[in-house]
Design a protein around this ligand. Structure first.
Ligand code: FES
Length: 575
């Protein structure tokens, strides 16, 4: 049995429980808000870190859901306080939300540190919000529970089910090829996002919500509940009740986030056919928790765990179907022999106890290990002279003929250069060419934008080509697909070998052998390196300049160098 804390052990006691002038000020100001001693005396103060915003359609329900959390906290004898945090709407925040993931992590850590909080409820879901919230909570170290926003309902157009992102790319390509009308394009715009909630394919949001649950940071089954399902507000109330007990039990993230918990999460990522973005976020979260982690671990585990979830963009169905089929508990039950079932979770129970009795109701949505959707895991890590520190491909989402391929490069110096060239009717390109985009990395973007699914050149579209090999130091949306090689490290902006690729160079890819090779001699590469000049920085001042100065490379999780170090976070002095 965990030792229970006493009220005077609570962190908030320093603000509210002692008898001095400062605590008088804190209490009198709570009375100013309308609270009374009954509200806080001897009770854990629970900070609800809410990434709700009116411009984030994925989180628009979180304002109401916070009330469900508060109800739960009150029922369990806690004192809930809601604090807003940066919303990071993937759709609206430019140039890319990845520029701000670490800002949210820092904001979360400092919100928790600077206020009289004993426990935290983290409310997020849209792509970078999940790792941002969790990274901050890990560093702060007080008990925390994560509430996933949940996926939106399936899209619908002309009787067809539409998936976020994936079908946008698909129909935009068809529109560029002249195969759908303006009227049809408008209808798709009205049908693709039918309710609040996150993207409902296995994009970065669904992947990261599942990873958070597999790590043990959410209530069992929470990540699969559609945002608009009444199970969702009930789950929020349960989380509110549970966090109060977690405070008394002192069940902190570091007690949950072991090396085995991260292995479980990576295996679940593989079985889900999850987003490549997860690699960066999991490496960053693990390192915050003091667990040594690199991309190699993903590659090792990808060979052990096949894709089981038949969900787009690698599969056929959508997250709503995944929920009806049994959700994450069902999927984890299918692969229970590959998981460490003894890992402790926010429930205070083990993963094994949490998935007890879980069933798969629709076998075509959640496959078994004997009958996987794709024989190997979701991602493969390649290395070679073009990517000495590694790069990533999602084989399940690529045309299989490109998994072993040699072709001539067409190199673009940056995003704008690429966008002009691919629209040229006279571009000298064949389906066997390899498109190379430079300066899309953590420092070069900056922020590593999701430019990695380079558009198919217009000339090839007209010929019916829908996939080809594309290489960049950027990321791609989890809703994207194709033979895209991403996260090339080190990036071109800092002088990684990608910077020296020229149009006409030959590049060879062998996913089975995990190899990527630029067929240019070492002497020639040395000559090109000597002639290379670093492009100008985009941000001379402000957060962008701070970001460019301190951001790490993709293979290390893109954390800031000053946030990554481990060690206790100093408690604020209260004078
Ligand atoms: Fe928010 Fe996709 S835009 S999850």
């Amino acid at each position: 049995m965990p030792v229970k804390k006493r009220p005077e052990d609570l962190r908030s006691h320093r603000w509210l429980g002692v008898n001095d002038m400062r605590s008088f000020g804190h209490r009198s100001r709570l009375r100013q808000i309308g609270y009374d001693g009954e509200d806080w005396d001897g009770k854990p103060v629970i900070g609800i870190i809410n990434t709700w915003s009116e411009i984030n359609p994925c989180h628009v329900h979180l304002r109401a859901r916070a009330e469900n959390v508060k109800r739960g906290v009150l029922q369990a004898g806690g004192f809930p306080i809601e604090l807003p945090a940066m919303s990071l709407s993937e759709t609206f925040v430019k140039p890319t939300t990845m520029l701000y993931r670490n800002m949210l992590a820092m904001e979360t850590e400092e919100l928790l540190r600077s206020h009289p909080l004993d426990g935290a409820v983290l409310m997020g879901g849209c792509d970078k919000t999940t790792p941002g919230l969790i990274m901050g909570a890990i560093s702060m170290g007080i008990p925390a529970i994560y509430i996933p926003a949940g996926p939106m309902l399936r899209g619908n157009w002309n009787g067809q089910q539409l998936g976020s992102g994936s079908d946008v790319w698909k129909y935009w390509t068809e529109k560029r090829a002249g195969n759908i009308t303006e009227q049809e394009w408008n209808e798709i715009e009205g049908g693709i996002a039918r309710s609040f909630g996150t993207c409902m394919v296995m994009g970065t949001a669904a992947t990261m919500m599942a990873i958070a649950e597999a790590l043990g940071l959410s209530l069992p089954g929470a990540s699969s509940i559609p945002a608009a399902d009444s199970n969702h507000p009930r789950m929020c109330g349960q989380a509110g009740r549970r966090i109060v007990d977690m405070v008394w039990e002192d069940l902190t993230p570091k007690k949950i986030l072991t090396a085995a918990a991260f292995d479980n999460a990576i295996k679940v990522h593989m079985a889900m056919g999850g987003s490549t973005n997860a690699i960066i976020h999991v490496v960053a979260m693990a390192r915050r928790a003091g667990i040594p982690m690199d991309m190699e671990r993903f590659d090792q585990l990808s060979r052990e765990v096949p894709v089981l979830a038949n969900v787009r963009p690698s599969g056929k169905y959508l997250m709503e179907d995944f929920f009806y089929a049994g959700g994450l508990r069902g999927l984890m039950m299918q692969m229970k022999d590959r998981l460490d079932l003894s890992c402790i979770t926010v429930t205070g129970k083990s993963i094994g106890e949490n998935i007890e009795g879980a069933k798969v109701h629709i076998p075509d949505v959640i496959h078994s290990l004997d009958d996987p959707v794709y024989a190997e895991g979701a991602t493969a890590v390649l290395r070679g002279n073009l990517a000495p520190d590694g790069c990533v491909i999602k084989p399940a989402a690529a045309d299989k003929r490109f998994l072993k391929h040699r072709g001539k490069a067409i190199a673009f110096e940056d995003y704008n250069h690429m966008m002009v060239e691919i629209e040229r009717d006279d571009l000298d390109v064949t389906p066997d060419h390899i498109l190379v985009l430079k300066n899309a990395g953590p420092k070069g973007g900056p922020g590593m934008p999701e430019w990695g699914m380079l558009p198919i050149p217009k000339r090839l579209l007209a010929q019916g080509v829908r996939d080809m090999v594309r290489i960049s130091d950027g990321r791609m949306s989890g809703t994207s697909y194709g033979a895209c090689i991403l996260h090339v490290a080190p990036e071109s902006f800092v002088g990684g070998p990608l910077a020296f690729v020229q149009t006409g160079d030959e590049i060879e890819i062998d996913v089975e052998a995990r190899r990527i090779h630029l067929h240019v001699s070492d002497e020639e590469l040395t000559r090109r390196r000597a002639a290379w000049k670093q492009p100008a920085k985009k941000y001379p001042r402000g957060y962008g300049a701070l970001y460019s100065e301190h951001i790490g490379q993709a293979d290390t999780g893109c954390d800031f160098d000053f946030l990554a170090p481990l060690g206790p976070v100093p408690e604020p002095e209260i004078h």
